[in-house]
Design a protein around this ligand. Structure first.
Ligand code: XMP
Length: 606
């Protein structure tokens, strides 16, 4: 079946993906297109949305994209940068200035189909430096904005020409802070473009099953099953299409998995009836060897990626992969190469694009039934196929697994600018009535869209949660060189700490695995697992007790997509339980909860 579809032109950042996700929720297919795609690529769409951009400015220089879209006889709607581009293209004027950031009120000039069902004043989210100050012939101002009821009016917050069917919003309707953004998008897609909402998951499954059957014919498929959501759902779709007799699955234990995880993965696949040809290899020795003696995070990541290729190629040849088509759980953001973090991309590139796979792709021998879907849609599809909820809604787990949660160190304190930082951090702590100790190690963070590699701070004292967050915020604002704050929860606030020489060993991995299992078990039993996006448990080679025992850090966060995050607050009973159980582990002498938002701290520590 051919579905009505909308093209979303991706001018950068995550905006385009957000917009596409929202349109798809209306059961209308939305596809991401690149600005430079040839005009023929736009021929099948019933409407076009131009996304915002974190870096482009519609002011001055000519922004290179396929302007011929304006000759197409379909409605076009632009957001932020896209709005400014539309204004400019049709003879309006854009200037540097008129910055708005945060919630604003949109005051509509008149009733308009784009705002059907909405009030004359709407709460919207603004984030722009440039502004439209004049519209071209045929365009009208559909609404202006103000920051607060008494703020000055910003003109042209929404513009349009009903004759041309061209519209623009200075605000971002795709973010949840725009209260009725979903309704505005629906008014455009279903109303103005007239798309039929025919793209449903039930329909999608049937189409994919048909496609897989056609592609595989009488052949068979080989699929790498990590136990993650994507590969599990892909296995299920392919199994449904061709039957388990012709589906070969391989699960690799890289030694960096969670406690008991490989056993559970195999059990799940068996329970799904996909065990006709279920292969398993324990490759933990190979990965441990590859990681031996390494300390630097990126070198560890590369070693894990390389070991993966080695094991995969070896196993694939041993199992005669050449005779099969290759099944992969590649999802939409991977397909268009913009999703996830840059580091996630590197790892995923390793997994999905190793040479042996590249050759197979070139020969049309790769089956990817989820390649059009976002993660939330993969989960929805999994639900439709009856895959258990707890498998579909497991917290995301990074490709390099516990490998990036086991911090390593030469044992040399990383002091650099430390002598200046230490007293400043302590002074901010005192001003809040708290102890604050800068730590002589570094972890990864993100500041102004760039990676930072800076010191964490340990905060101690019986403080209210809000007060802790406030103290952390002040430290980030006033002390350069800090990207992370933790709240010390046990046993006592150390006066000083010392880095320990530590690399990846089986013993340390086992210790981290045990702590991670305690945290996951605790979250489940206290009923908080489902509300939390992800909760890395990290082992940090810092000693406070002179006995060579390490620090354990727990990082529960709330997030929508992992791009930004805030620290989640555990109930006191769970904190008390973690204190008791984790500090009882031999090898651990300290426990802290990471209370950093992203930015400035990334979710993972490495
Ligand atoms: P950060 O730490 O960048 O993480 O805030 C954002 C999300 O990406 C995951 N992550 C990774 N996933 N390989 C992966 O497959 C990696 O190297 C990697 N590093 C981070 C992280 O768990 C979070 O969900």
């Amino acid at each position: 079946m051919i579905h009505d579809a909308i093209a979303v032109i991706d001018f950068g950042g995550q905006y385009a993906h957000l917009i596409a996700t929202k349109i798809r929720r209306l059961h209308v297919l939305a596809e991401i297109r690149q600005p430079e795609d040839p005009i023929e690529a736009f021929s099948r769409y019933k409407g076009i949305v131009l996304s915002g951009s974190p870096s482009l400015s519609a002011f001055g220089e000519d922004s290179g994209y396929t302007k011929a879209i304006y000759d197409l006889d379909v409605p076009i709607l632009g957001f932020c940068f896209g709005h400014q581009e539309i204004a400019k293209h049709y003879g309006g004027e854009v200037i540097h200035g008129g910055r708005e950031w945060g919630h604003a009120d949109l005051h509509l000039t008149r009733e308009h189909p784009l705002f059907k069902g909405l009030a004359r004043a709407e709460r919207v989210w603004m984030s722009h430096f440039d502004s439209v100050v004049k519209v071209g012939p045929g365009f009208e101002e559909l609404g202006h904005s103000s920051l607060g009821a008494s703020g000055p009016a910003h003109r042209y917050a929404a513009i349009g020409s009903d004759t041309l069917r061209r519209y623009g919003f200075q605000f971002h309707p795709e973010v949840d802070d725009t209260e009725h953004g979903d309704e505005m998008i629906a008014n455009f897609v279903l109303g103005i473009c007239g798309c039929a909402p025919s793209w449903t998951m039930a329909q999608y499954i049937q189409e994919q099953i048909g496609r897989v059957r056609e592609q595989v014919g009488g052949g068979s498929v080989f699929l790498l099953a990590s136990g993650g959501v994507d590969s599990t759902v892909a296995a299920r779709v392919i199994g449904q299409a061709i039957g388990s007799e012709r589906l070969h699955l391989l699960h690799i234990d890289n030694g960096l998995m969670r406690k008991d995880e490989s056993r559970q993965v195999l059990e799940t696949l068996r329970a799904m009836g996909l065990d006709r040809h279920l292969h398993f290899v324990d490759a933990s020795e190979t990965f441990l060897r590859a990681l031996e003696g390494l300390v630097e995070p990126e070198r560890k990541r590369k070693a894990i990626g390389d070991a993966f290729i080695e094991v995969f190629e070896h196993e694939a040849r041993r199992l005669g992969i050449e005779g099969h088509l290759l099944g992969q759980g590649t999802i939409y953001p991977d397909t268009i190469e913009t999703g996830g973090t840059k580091r996630a991309d590197v790892i995923k590139t390793h997994h999905n694009r190793v040479p042996i796979i590249q050759e197979m792709i070139a020969r049309g021998r790769v089956v990817e039934p989820l390649a059009d879907l976002y993660k939330v849609e993969v989960r929805e599809l999994g639900e439709t196929l009856g895959i258990p909820h707890e498998i579909l809604w497991r917290h995301p787990f990074p490709g390099p697994g516990l490998g990036v949660r086991l911090l390593c160190s030469t044992g040399e304190p990383d002091r650099g600018d430390f002598d200046e930082i230490e007293p400043k951090v302590a002074a901010v702590g005192r001003s809040y009535g708290l102890d604050a100790l800068a730590l002589p190690i570094k972890s990864v963070g993100v500041k102004a869209d760039l990676r930072s590699y800076e010191h964490p701070v340990l905060i101690g004292g019986a403080a209210q949660w809000d007060r802790l967050l406030e103290a952390a915020g002040t430290i980030f604002k006033t002390v350069p060189g800090i990207n992370r704050c933790m709240w010390n929860v046990g046993p006592r606030m150390p006066k000083r700490v010392r880095p320990l020489g530590a690399t990846v060993t089986r013993d340390r991995l086992d210790l981290l695995r045990e702590a991670d299992a305690i945290v996951n078990d605790g979250m489940r039993r206290h009923g908080v697992y489902g509300g939390i996006w992800q909760c890395p448990t990290v082992l940090v080679p810092l000693e406070a007790d002179g006995a060579g025992r390490e620090f354990c850090i727990v990082r529960p966060i709330l997030s929508e997509r992992g791009m930004t995050a805030s620290a989640a607050r555990f109930p006191a009973a769970l904190v008390a339980e973690l204190r008791e159980r984790i500090l009882a582990l031999p090898g651990v002498s300290g426990l802290a909860l990471d209370i950093t938002s992203k930015p400035p701290g990334t979710i993972e520590w490495e």
